[in-house]
Design a protein. Structure first.
Lengths: 363, 360, 308
């Protein structure tokens, strides 16, 4: 008879060891799948996990890892604060889009002025755009008691329609021969977000992600708001006795996560993506939810989870191009990795006990 | 130590570092970047058919590689860079949204050839662009539609209001009106590239408005399946032949056929004659194929449509030949004048007789 | 405005068909959430249902078996979720999202070779002369059996949750799993049942897309309908009949905006295309304002572990 027994405190050893165990299990299960698809499992696994970090082109791909992980981390850190407090913003994708549109609009409005202040103002506008979009569910929730899950999710689709309107209409490149899409920021230095050191992938968005991780860590450890967030999530009633105002907390958490998603949007549109297009958003806002939980809602954990997600994207892509695997197999593989990561987490919080007697009355 | 050297190299000039990477191999490698999955049965599926044709044509002399589901933006740039680094000699980037990334990566890899579908930027000498004149096929569809409609109402399901779709709407309307002056066209914008259920609803909405011929610029068979439910309503296959719905409601189809172009361009790399160019071929070049016109269409209409396709293919007839006015009544093309490619490529207006506005 | 050109009977008939996938997936998810489990993997289960249903229907030539296959496929995928969240106490939100990712990938691999095939036809239920009744005949008696089944399932779930012992236990587990456990109910087993039911319903909804609505197989065929289903459960504030209202409202506006376009409405298209989402929000705001509680199951999203 196997039983799980809750540990009084999570095991430090297993907290560190579970990701490794999960990756190993994924390699075995995923390897079996790749073998069934007629590929050499070892070669595939090496291409996914090893090559982007230490392979022939790692000097390029390591930087790309940061490009891919940056927005995920930035959004996930913001979301994690709300999730801790039991506030469900699942519309980060929409806030990301609105951040990009607001930021890009400011930059394109003053084109082609060259001024050092333009970029900082765009960044602020981006954060503002994401914040505004998150304030809609926040206000509806606090004033009219409307569920934030539905409102934030529905607003993603509305943001997508606004994005197509921007790409086809008000932000369309006037020199683009009638095609959809805005000007490319790469050709507008005052408003662009280039690599800070060539070849490293570092751009302002990645820098911001690192700063935000540190700030969130400090916030949760030292600041009153961090304490309130944790308390509200763990013991809502106790939180009220401690003077936590639920309304204020909802507005703070949604606003913060919206602003960070908006920041990710404006850094992406001015940097790696380069322009507003019909399909500018690629699902970072949704993937970031997974990243937030994989990182156990902890800023440092999110940093690692974001990098791991990015690794599976880039490594998976390489396996797909170089070894001819369908991209669907990679997607399924990513799903498996997540399953294992989530499954073995049980070892950190529970002890597995084997009983000889027949225990009674348990599930 | 090694790391520092590499960083220094990268900082000195990416171009040099990159240029050295892609060389020294025996087989010619052709690589393809796809925006959707091969299983979309439409746009990406047809590009992959072109890739398979390249393999079939050159056998052991080439190898191909591809990447599906590549989002536009940073991901596309990374995929192209990876391909160039890993030894691709020619890279086909098969979506309009890859335009800026294609040119950016091409600038770093002067020895690799880049072929960008449906774009117009060729910033460096190793970038070519190619597109298909889908409107030529639409003109033939429009002719059949004008002849076949009994209600005098044609429906058009558009994805996004971009020039390529607007060309198609105008071309089909002009030719339907030519044979049936009373004809009207209703356009429904789905505002999505891909949502089969929504396409079905759009077709249903059009049929409800009395439309009995449906043209679609979205890739699924959903509108045809919807048309099949109402007797007398016909439609056309889009991107692929959709022969499962022949002879009716699918009376003909417009097929994207990239194979001839891909075989030609990879061949040019093989024999060293590859040079930059801008290709916009249509029925004549084989890029646009008209699928077999079914028996649901009267023999004489079928003959006329085939003659028209042949004339377009031979270059003796241009679907946009004056006199043609814009929607507001102003003159676009004078009698006998033919639209120039620049105007067509950026087309942002309806021709006279179409009711409604293009969303902006 | 020019509603005049739109026939309301036809509009209602088509919104009933358009809403079926969302309706089925949403009522399944409602049962899952009533048991205190939040499964965000609806999209993944739907698309697995779509491909399993398609493969079965094409293979056997029977649409009926196809729907059974779709439901089985959706339930099978939801079993992964059940094992992870109930057996290994994994986080529900993240597991659900991973399920969607896995389902999208797996469906695409399973679907290779099924492009461009026409599945066997699901025809309308023959009501004979009833379907010729003006207006009513078109609205009520012109559909295939799944449309009626979907409404029947809503009624059944509504009845079971409200009046039956099973429903009572399910709600108890979802409201307070500690108390339910103390009363001797097997919390995890009840939740497992609810999750499988949710998976089967999502699979059925997916199969409706690939067998009736579209009908064909292409990658990504569900195109986000699973997400809408999740929103509809919230919209319904966890009440079965409101799922029907929510799904018909959303489906109705989606169909209406296309009809308005086809009828040549002067409302700009981009606003029309946003309207289903905006109107759903507005209606929810009106319905929920002034209410103290949102009626969400109290234990929603929390894992249960019996400490003794």
């Amino acid at each position: 008879m196997i039983r799980l027994e809750k540990r009084p405190t999570p095991s430090r050893f297993w907290q560190a060891a579970t990701p490794v165990v999960a990756v190993l299990l994924t390699m075995i299960a995923g390897g079996a799948m790749f073998g069934l698809l007629g590929k050499n499992p070892i070669e595939v696994i090496r291409t996914i996990f090893w090559d982007p970090l230490f392979g022939e082109f790692a000097w390029y791909l390591r930087g790309q890892l940061l490009v891919k992980a940056g927005p995920l981390i930035l959004i996930a850190v913001g979301l994690s604060l709300g999730f801790r407090a039991g506030i469900w913003n699942i519309g980060a994708e929409g806030q990301y889009i609105m951040g990009a549109i607001f930021g890009a609009s400011v930059g394109l409005a003053v084109f082609p002025t060259e001024n050092r202040l333009i970029y900082p103002v765009m960044v602020l506008a981006g954060a503002f755009g994401g914040w505004v979009w998150a304030m809609i569910p926040a206000i509806l929730k606090t004033r009219l008691n409307t569920n934030e899950i539905l409102v934030s999710l529905m607003l993603v689709y509305v943001a997508e329609k606004i994005l197509s309107k921007a790409a086809l209409g008000f932000l369309r490149n006037p020199e683009g021969a009638g095609f959809p899409g805005s000007r490319n920021f790469a050709s507008y230095p005052a408003a662009s977000n280039p690599e800070l050191i060539a070849g490293t992938g570092m751009h302002w968005g990645v820098v911001a992600a690192f700063i935000v991780v540190i700030m969130a860590y400090v916030l949760l450890q030292k600041h009153l708001l961090g304490f309130q967030i944790k308390l509200a999530g763990q013991a809502p009633r106790a939180a009220r006795f401690h003077g936590v105002q639920p309304t204020r907390l909802v507005v703070m958490c949604l606003g913060l996560s919206g602003a960070l998603a908006g920041l990710a949007g404006v850094f992406e549109v001015t940097g790696p993506a380069g322009q507003i297009t019909l399909d500018f958003n690629v699902g970072y806002g949704f993937t970031a939810i997974i990243v937030a939980f994989l990182g156990r809602l902890n800023p440092l954990g999110i940093l690692l989870a974001g990098l791991l997600m990015a690794l599976t994207y880039i490594g998976g892509e390489m396996a797909s191009t170089n070894l001819g695997l369908p991209s669907a197999a990679i997607q399924a593989f990513q799903g498996m990795l997540l399953f294992f990561l989530l499954a073995v987490d049980v070892l950190a919080n529970f002890r597995v006990r084997v009983f000889a007697t027949t225990a009674r009355g348990t599930n | 130590m090694l790391r520092r050297t590499l960083l220094a190299t990268a900082a000195l000039g990416l171009g040099i570092a990159f240029a050295g990477a892609a060389s020294a191999q025996d087989k010619t490698k052709a690589c393809f970047v796809y925006v959707g999955p091969i299983g979309d049965g439409g746009w990406t599926f047809q590009h992959d058919q072109g890739r398979l044709a390249v393999e079939a044509a050159y056998g052991d002399k080439v190898e191909t590689a591809f990447q599906e589901n590549v989002p536009e933006g940073a991901d596309a740039e990374r995929v192209m860079t990876q391909m160039a680094l890993s030894g691709c000699d020619i890279i086909f980037t098969t979506s309009f949204g890859y335009m800026d990334q294609t040119n950016a990566v091409a600038a770093k890899f002067p020895d690799v050839k880049f072929e960008h579908a449906t774009g117009y930027k060729r910033d460096s000498a190793n970038v070519s662009t190619y597109n298909a004149r889908f409107y030529e096929g639409r003109a033939v569809m429009g002719h059949i539609a004008g002849k076949m409609t009994k209600s005098g109402k044609i429906g058009y399901i558009g994805s996004f209001p971009i020039p390529e779709v607007i060309q198609g709407i105008n071309a089909s309307f002009i030719h339907a009106k030519k044979v049936n002056p009373a004809v009207t066209i209703s356009v429904v914008w789905a505002y999505t590239w891909f949502d089969p259920a929504k396409e079905a609803d759009a077709a249903k909405a059009l049929i409800e408005q009395g439309v009995d011929v449906i043209l679609q610029h979205t890739d699924s068979t959903a509108p045809l399946a919807e048309a099949a439910k109402t007797p007398g309503v016909i439609g056309f296959g889009q991107a692929s032949d959709m022969a499962a719905y022949a002879p009716s409601p699918r009376v003909s189809s417009i097929i994207d056929n990239w194979a001839p172009y891909y075989v030609e361009r990879v061949g040019a790399v093989l024999d060293g004659t590859w040079a930059q160019k801008d290709t916009w071929a249509g029925i004549g070049g084989g890029e646009v194929q008209i699928g077999a016109i079914s028996d649901a269409v009267p023999v004489e209409v079928k003959a006329e449509a085939e003659a028209m396709a042949a004339a377009i293919g031979a270059g003796t007839y241009h679907p946009f030949t004056g006199p043609l006015n814009k929607q507001d009544g102003s003159v676009w093309l004078k009698d006998g004048e033919v639209a120039n490619d620049g105007d067509l490529a950026g087309m942002g207006f309806y021709v006279e007789g179409i009711v409604g506005d293009i969303p902006k | 405005m020019d509603f005049g050109a739109i026939n309301p009977a036809v509009l209602i008939a088509s919104l009933m068909v358009a809403s079926v996938p969302i309706l089925l997936a949403a009522i399944g998810e409602l049962v899952v959430e009533k048991a205190g489990v939040l499964n965000l993997g609806v999209e993944g289960m739907m698309i697995i249902g779509a491909i399993c249903g398609f493969i079965t229907a094409v293979g056997t030539g029977s649409p009926l078996l196809g729907f059974a296959g779709g439901a089985a496929g959706g339930a099978a995928l939801s079993l992964i979720f059940a094992v992870l969240t109930q057996g290994l106490l994994a986080n529900q939100v993240a597991t659900g999202l991973a399920l969607t990712m896995f389902g999208l990938g797996l469906s695409s691999m399973m679907g290779q070779g099924y492009n461009g095939i026409k599945p066997p036809l699901t025809s309308a239920v023959p009501f004979g002369p009833l379907s010729d009744i003006p207006v009513l005949g078109q609205i009520l008696f012109s559909h295939d059996w799944v449309v009626y089944a979907s409404v029947a399932i809503i009624a059944l779930v509504g009845w079971v949750l409200r009046y039956s012992r099973v429903g009572l236990i399910l709600r108890a587990v979802g409201e307070n799993h500690e108390a339910a456990h103390a009363l001797g109910y097997k919390v995890q087993r009840v939740r497992l049942g609810a999750i499988l039911f949710g998976g089967a319903m999502a699979g059925l909804g997916g199969a409706y897309i690939s067998l009736v609505r579209v009908p064909q197989w292409t990658d990504g065929i569900t195109a986000g309908q699973g997400w809408i289903a999740l929103a509809i459960v919230v919209f319904a504030s966890w009440k079965p009949w409101r799922v029907l209202i929510g799904a018909y409202l959303f489906g109705g506006i989606s169909v209406l905006q296309l009809n308005l376009q086809a009828a040549g409405s002067r409302i700009p298209v981009e606003y029309l295309s946003m309207s289903p989402y905006l109107i759903t929000i507005v209606v929810l705001v009106i319905m929920s304002s002034g209410r103290a509680t949102q009626n969400a199951p109290a234990a929603l999203g929390q894992n249960f572990h019996a400490s003794r």
